[in-house]
Design a protein around this ligand. Sequence first.
Ligand code: COI
Length: 353
Amino acid sequence: MTIDIPVTRTTQSRLAETDFNNLGFGTYISDHMLVADYHSGVWHKPYIRPFGEIGMTPAILALHYGQAIFEGMKAFRMKDGRINIFRPHRHHQRLLRSLDRMCMPPIAEDFFIHSLAAIIRADADWVPTQEGCSLYLRPVVFATESRLGVKVSDEYKFVVLTSPVGPYFTKPIRVKVEQHYVRAAEGGTGFAKCAGNYGGAFYPTALAKKEGFDQVLWTDAQSHQYIDESGAMNVMFVIDGKIVTPQLTSAILDGVTRDSILTLAAEMGMTVEQRRISVAELETAFKNNTLTEAFGVGTAAVVSAITGIHIHGTDYTLAPPDASSFQLRVKQLLSELRAGIRPDTHGWNYVID
Ligand code: COI
């Protein structure tokens, strides 16, 4: 199925003002955006228009009751010059789970994938060619019905923004194990990529930043004894030479990069364990020197080194990863796979013609 998506092009491109050698993360938004509206029980045909303001009233339900979900994906310039989107089908599956949890209408796979391809074609010049850079894709769905009663909205917008980005973290980070505040409880919305999960994390993260840490390492809401994830990424450890990561629960985001790294790790011959990891286990492993690596994995973060973990008032440190580390080797593998330098044996690259 092909959807014919009309394009209204900007007359004032911002491409020339964009410093592709100093992109940061999310600083620049590309010239165009894709918009689709849901009303009368159906998603209407998407269209592409210049990025900019859209008319809405302050009574839209998303603002009051939080029906807003998003995705984060990346498109890469391959070595042969073509562009690919990394694992859009798996992102679509997660989008469906987020929509369902927030009582929002599903978006068909074809509709989603064709929308992504169309907005990338419209802004193909915005896909960076610089090493470690990509075009970040940010689909967002939010409730637009203008009404104050507490109810599930009957109207929504699906918008896809794109942004040329560099690394999310530019240096190894230090995290603080959080044993007071909660990101998500089991049975809540932690597995969904809904806006509120992020807004609720700002306050504890700001406190951690004041203490000199870059991110919070969340623990389970019930006992605060087990590691969940970090705010912008899943986490992994190398303990006794094995790749260890928290098993998924309803409070943890099912990261696409998480899944990709675990798959690649197994193919590299590593033992992979998805299980509960207690804070006490981390402390013991630090003390025994069996914990040799810690890193975050996510679409934005890719693979980001963690060189400090603060537990119960003690700072445990790790040396920055070197070329022989698992995290840098797997990061390189992933990057070569996405650039088309290595064969894509899993069909993860969705190449746009
Ligand atoms: C992503 O990795 O795509 C995320 O959504 C994390 C953060 C930038 C919100």
